[in-house]
Write a protein that binds this ligand. Structure first.
Ligand SMILES: [Zn+2]
Length: 204
């Protein structure tokens, strides 16, 4: 199966082509183009979050830990009565390190327990769910940026699924649903909802 480096290279090429096309065809500016490229490149790793030992999973776990740790540091260093804030430097460092390991572990445990390799994460809803999440995140940036990011994000995840399909000579990674029809249906409903919300928040 294609490794981390192959997926990174293919996602980078697909995203670069997508951005070049969008810039030429729709006049995407440099900020829309760079955000779109980032979304596409990162999208190339998303399906392998279901793999227990994958680099993308460890990276995402580290990001989740860092994000939560930053939030905890921001909270305990802001003045307030609850928990006697602000905290001194030593306790703040302990809180930062502790929350990093706590949230990193929780995140990894959830994904390891709840996913199966090449299950739902390798199915056609995932590119659109991922694109919708990006579209919602950048919705304040305006219609053109949202379109750019949405399209290239989808392209990045698709590049992963297509590469897996090609290497395995099977359409399985491009399936619409897994054997777990209930979970597949919930995933598609979530995908539709996220995309609907992302795009109705826009006024073109
Ligand atoms: Zn894969």
């Amino acid at each position: 199966m294609p490794n981390f480096e192959t997926h990174a290279a293919v996602a980078a090429i697909a995203s670069a082509l997508g951005v070049a096309f969008g810039a030429a065809r729709f006049g995407w500016d440099s900020s829309a183009s760079s955000l779109a490229f980032l979304a596409g490149l990162a999208g190339g790793f998303v399906p392998d979050l279901d793999h227990n030992e994958s680099k993308p999973l460890r990276l995402a776990g580290a990001m989740a830990g860092l994000g939560c740790s930053a939030a905890v540091v921001g909270y305990v260093t802001s003045p307030g009565y609850f928990l006697n804030r602000p905290w001194p430097t030593g306790s703040t460092i302990l809180a930062a390190v502790g929350s990093f390991f706590l949230f990193n572990t929780i995140f990894l445990e959830i994904l390891r327990k709840r996913t199966r390799h090449r299950g739902l994460f390798h199915s056609l809803a995932v590119p659109f769910l991922y694109g919708g999440i990006w579209a919602a995140m950048v919705s304040a940036a305006g219609g053109r940026t949202v379109m750019a990011v949405w399209l290239v994000a989808i392209l990045g995840v698709l590049s992963h699924l297509v590469l897996d399909a090609g290497k395995g000579m099977s359409f399985d990674p491009l399936k619409v649903a897994s054997e777990d029809i209930g979970a597949s249906t919930r995933l598609w409903i979530l995908t539709a909802l996220v995309n609907f919300l992302a795009f109705t928040r826009l006024n073109f």
